[in-house]
Design a protein around this ligand. Structure first.
Ligand code: HQG
Length: 182
């Protein structure tokens, strides 16, 4: 399977499983799941040819483990990053490590200093446990900068942390007091 086809399919799956399931006339359950057969049929009705083999390859190959299969292998969901109101995924609540990292662009810093980190159109602020990931995330928006978050302190002061299937840490909001800049 060509890499290009896998990337294209991953982008398409991100779009329908996180943001716009209605674009291909499918519904996700509140945990984000849909039957793979339903997904394939919906995509086909909208001119997009998928098949089970291709979908499974995208799930396994994906660099960031963006998608998960149900234990019986019949359903798929995006691990995190949703904006659709169809999904209210109950991620696993966990005690975070002492520090977590958030990659952003330098041009957002002024606003972050005022408001802290806010989720934008997604349901959560995304944090990682390593700086390499954070740099790559930040680069998407311009000159990257990695912010250090005092996650354990935040948690001890009542902020709930969740971890998605793929290891990404999620929190509702990071107040500016817990953020340090390099
Ligand atoms: C910024 C990708 C101004 C925030 C990535 C970020 C990640 C503020 C942007 C995942 C702000 C939101 C998530 C404030 C936050 N003022 N800007 N107060 N607070 N921001 O894309 O974290 O490839 O929704 O720093 O790799 O960049 O999709 O979030 O720059 O894992 O799987 O607002 O998405 O993964 O942008 O990325 P995003 P993100 P996938």
């Amino acid at each position: 399977m060509s890499n290009q086809r896998l990337i294209e399919t991953s982008k398409f799956l991100s779009y329908v499983l996180r943001h716009e399931p209605q674009a291909i006339g499918i519904a996700l359950d509140s945990e984000g799941w849909v039957e793979i057969t339903t997904l394939i049929a919906g995509a086909a009705r909208h001119g997009r040819e998928l098949n089970e083999h291709l979908i499974r390859e995208v799930v396994v190959d994906n660099d960031k483990k963006r998608f998960s299969l149900s234990p019986d292998g019949t359903r798929i969901r995006a691990a995190q990053g949703h904006s659709t109101s169809q999904v209210t995924l109950q991620h696993i609540q966990k005690v975070p490590p002492e520090r977590l990292y958030h990659g952003t662009a330098v041009r957002f810093l002024e606003s972050i200093r005022k408001k802290g980190l806010i989720p934008g159109s997604r349901h959560h602020v995304h944090l990682s446990d390593n700086t390499d990931t954070a740099i790559n995330v930040g680069k998407r928006y311009g000159q990257p900068v990695v912010l250090v978050i005092r996650a354990l302190d935040m948690n001890q002061q009542g902020h709930r942390f969740f971890q998605a299937d793929n290891g990404v840490w999620l929190v509702e909001h990071v107040p500016a007091d817990f953020i340090s800049e390099p």
